[in-house]
Design a protein around this ligand. Sequence first.
Ligand code: DAH
Length: 331
Amino acid sequence: MNTDWLEKINAALSLEDVETLRIDIFGKKGDLTLEFAKMKDVPNEEKKAFAQHLNEQKTLLSEALESKKTILLVLALEEQLKNEKIDVTKFVASPQSGAIHPVQFTMDRIISYFQNLNFSVEDGPLVEDDFYNFEALNLPAYHPARDMQDTFYTKDGKVLRTHTSPVQIRTMLANKPPIRMIAPGAVFRKDFDITHTPMFHQVEGLVVAGEGEISFANLKYVMVEFLKHMFGDVEVRFRPSFFPFTEPSSEVDISCVFCKGEGCRVCSHTGWLEVLGCGIVDVNVFQAVGYKNVSGYAFGLGVERFAMLIHKIGDLRSLFESDIRLLGQFR
Ligand code: DAH
């Protein structure tokens, strides 16, 4: 070998240079390969020394190539890191963030309103006993609200609660009067169209105090204040109605939030929207939980309906479709 390969390796500036040198030395027609080929012409007694020398050269040169390659790779990486520096302070398009779902938002507003009035927040099971969902609420076995059309029954005779009213019963049984409670949560009915979904949310309310302490006037005052808090400057009207668990009972309307009472498609040209049911707790309900000498009022409302009227959402089902475009509007 006449060439000083070590010097050439040292002088290599790129990985391509190193590769070219490797081929020039170790390739099929490489310098060292050709040297090895001369072995057959070397006299026997010199063969050993000759081979030893070549092997030393081989080790020396391949190590030199490897370390040169490593150095060049490190330099290339350093160069890359220098060029690809990321400016973390630079402006980028903001990522999509989540939002509180309008139903949860509405629920939270209702809950905090009543918490401020010192109501406790109570909970109950979604799969209920007939007793709590119907019987104790003065809904006897023949009552049409128990119709198979409306209620989901489990195989073992329980019901998916059709309203949050059973929590009234559970709370009264677990406590002594006076009681001031709300019960928010999911309820289930066999219903599915533009204004009904098989699962929706209600908030139930119950106030119980001593005999003669609660009147319809108390109920009316709280409902009117609550509805004005939720819907702003609306008219509120009470219509006589019937619920098995309250007597007297009332349905409560607000002036239409879409047309301000003028009359439109949403309010069926009446100018009014029904938003909740309420009344004075029926004596049969108090009897079912063993309460004597008490008086009370109760109310119940649908959270999705409130959310739709607050946010002016047309189709109830869109609240359950998890469409990012709808949710994005509530950020
Ligand atoms: N439970 C009734 C429903 O699901 C709502 C309701 C009406 C609850 C009047 C009450 C009430 O407590 O007094 O339609």
